[in-house]
Design a protein around this ligand. Structure first.
Ligand SMILES: Nc1ncnc2c1ncn2[C@@H]1O[C@H](COP(=O)(O)OP(=O)(O)OP(=O)(O)O)[C@@H](O)[C@H]1O
Ligand SMILES: Cc1ncc(CO)c(N)n1
Ligand SMILES: [Mg+2]
Length: 518
């Protein structure tokens, strides 16, 4: 349990004018004296570097430096860290000496262990000199390290043995430009140094560096105060008095991606518009291949123009050849020619997690599939689907007159089982068009039947409920959910989107897909 009585400097330290020094750098002068002079010259952070010193000596020097910082009234804005020796920093903090953290190298204790030893209040800086080391640092969880030290910029007196490695891993002087590349690649603020002298600073200040660090140019100077002032003024001349942000930028990362192959609904409430909004709201990256343009609004469909099959094929290829979708949602496909293209491309790209919403009639009553296409839909696309999501009228159309009308839960269940048996894919018969509680029933090819209880929302604006549900199912499958759970979560989302009672348009209006964030 540390006795460390000081407020954390994390998120408050200033990397702009960073002094590094140890007893071997100061030409015999006490380290604390050089620190005092550098602070008067504008130093903003101090690092004590005495890698091989006894703990007792480090503790004594640290106590003197902390006293100097406090003596100049700078304890609240000048952070003080110890280089490499996490043990010594831990000991100093336990003794109540204001050591705000550590700076560790690639060969020292690893960042996670350092963080767990020193706790959440300590500053942890990490050295890096190659793009690979920057990328490894970027991959650390947020909160492990606070900044990066890049260098040496030039071969230096204090580190002649240091491998000066460029971004490509080739050993050579890093230079200001090479350091600048590493700054640009880092998601943390970066302080750059190692052999830096005053005439490097203007160019360095034009990179994304957060500041310079210097050893000999200050610690070895006859007048450390003047030397510090010259470096600080050179920086400020270019960068003004602005400081760096402490918050690491988000790690570059992937996302599950989902492709919707569907029609465009100009009203924004159904079709690919509803699909993409749903995918965004459910945490996946949505992509689209458009099968038709429809001019529609909440009162009806005014006109439809099918996409040329060749451009539909290209859209699907373009997506699969770059960002492979973890799931595919198929919506409105109005012609056999377009269906054939989709079947060919999904087979060629070995698409998985295919959710097929057999769109036949818009909520407004307009027919959205040609007579010739229903047969193509069932013979060419159903075999590629993992699940089909017909509403009650669509299920009746797919099962034909012989099956009769679907009225009530038992008939819904029978219909789902019949569809799963006939087409060899899971079938979710949706209860929205029914009179009961908007529950849906899933029949899977292996015989499992699952009900998804609904709560009928008293809201006449249900435009796009089917598009929204099937897209949410696809999003959940892409995130790794099993089908029943994917449906359950999709239904929760949909019910919420209906429940906020968005009321737009003169007819059957759309839902609020962003309801969770309102
Ligand atoms: N008023 C409502 N309250 C709660 N859930 C509903 C309501 N209406 C529909 N749902 C649910 O919305 C989902 C879509 O079912 P619906 O029968 O509306 O599909 P659809 O007719 O294909 O929709 P669309 O008109 O967009 O094609 C189902 O889970 C259904 O239970
Ligand atoms: C483009 C399009 N796809 C699907 C539906 C189903 O509501 C619709 N109305 N419009
Ligand atoms: Mg529908």
């Amino acid at each position: 349990m540390t006795l460390f009585p000081y407020p954390s400097m994390r998120g408050r330290f200033d990397l702009r004018h960073y002094l590094v020094l140890g007893p071997d750098d100061t030409k015999g002068r006490p380290v604390a004296d050089v620190v005092a002079a550098a602070l008067r010259g504008g130093a903003t952070l101090v690092q004590l570097r005495a890698k091989h010193a006894d703990s007792r000596d480090i503790t004594a020097m640290a106590r003197d430096i902390a006293r100097v910082i406090a003596g100049q009234g700078r304890s609240d804005d000048v952070a003080f860290v110890i280089d490499d020796r996490v043990d010594a920093a831990w000991q100093c903090r336990g003794l109540g000496i204001k050591v705000d953290g550590v700076h560790i190298g690639q060969d020292d204790l690893d960042p996670e262990q350092t963080r767990s030893l020193l706790g959440p209040d300590a500053i942890v800086g990490l050295s890096a000199k190659t793009i690979g080391q920057i990328e490894a640092a970027n991959a650390l969880d947020d909160g492990v390290i606070d900044y990066i030290g890049v260098g040496p910029v030039h071969r230096t007196a204090t580190k002649p043995e240091a491998a000066v490695v460029g971004a490509d891993g080739v050993e050579r002087a890093l230079g200001v430009a090479g350091a600048g590349e590493l700054c640009a690649a880092s998601r943390y603020p970066v302080v750059v140094g190692g052999g830096v002298h005053a005439d490097d600073v203007p160019e360095l200040a034009r990179t994304q560096a957060a500041g310079w660090f210097v050893v000999s140019a200050i610690a070895g100077a006859d007048d450390p105060q003047a030397a510090t002032r010259e470096l600080a003024e050179a920086w400020t001349a270019v960068r003004g008095d602005r400081r760096h942000s402490h918050a690491p930028t988000a790690r570059r990362h992937a996302l599950p991606a989902v492709l919707t192959i569907a029609g465009s609904d100009s009203s924004g409430g159904a079709g690919i518009q509803a699909d993409l909004k749903t995918m965004l709201a459910n945490g996946v990256f949505g992509m689209s291949a458009i099968t038709a343009l429809t001019a529609q609004n909440t009162t009806g469909v005014r006109s439809v123009q099918d996409t040329d099959p060749a451009i539909l094929a290209d859209q699907i290829d373009a997506v699969f050849e770059d960002i492979r979708p973890g799931a595919v949602k198929i919506g409105m496909v109005s012609s056999a020619a377009l269906i054939a293209v989709i079947a060919d491309r999904l087979t060629r790209h070995r698409a998985g997690n295919v959710v097929l919403d057999p769109v036949m009639v818009a909520t407004s009553g307009a027919r959205l599939i040609g007579e010739d296409a229903v047969g193509a839909l069932t013979s060419m696309l159903f075999p590629l689907a993992d699940v089909i999501t017909p509403n009650i009228p669509e299920a009746e159309a797919l099962l034909g007159m012989a099956f009769g009308s679907i009225d009530g839960a038992p008939a819904m269940r029978e219909a789902a089982v019949a569809l799963a048996e006939r087409y060899g894919c899971a079938a979710l018969v949706k209860g929205g068009h029914g009179t009961a509680d908007a529950s849906d029933v899933l029949a899977e090819p292996g015989g499992a039947v699952t009900w998804f209880d609904g709560v009928r929302v008293d809201n006449p604006n249900t435009h796009g409920t089917g598009c929204t549900l099937s897209s949410a199912i696809a999003a959940n499958l892409a995130k790794g959910a099993a089908l029943p759970q994917a449906i359950r979560d999709a239904k929760t989302y949909l019910t919420g989107a209906l429940g906020v009672q968005l009321d737009l348009g003169r007819g059957c209006g759309p839902m609020d897909h962003a309801w969770r964030w309102r």
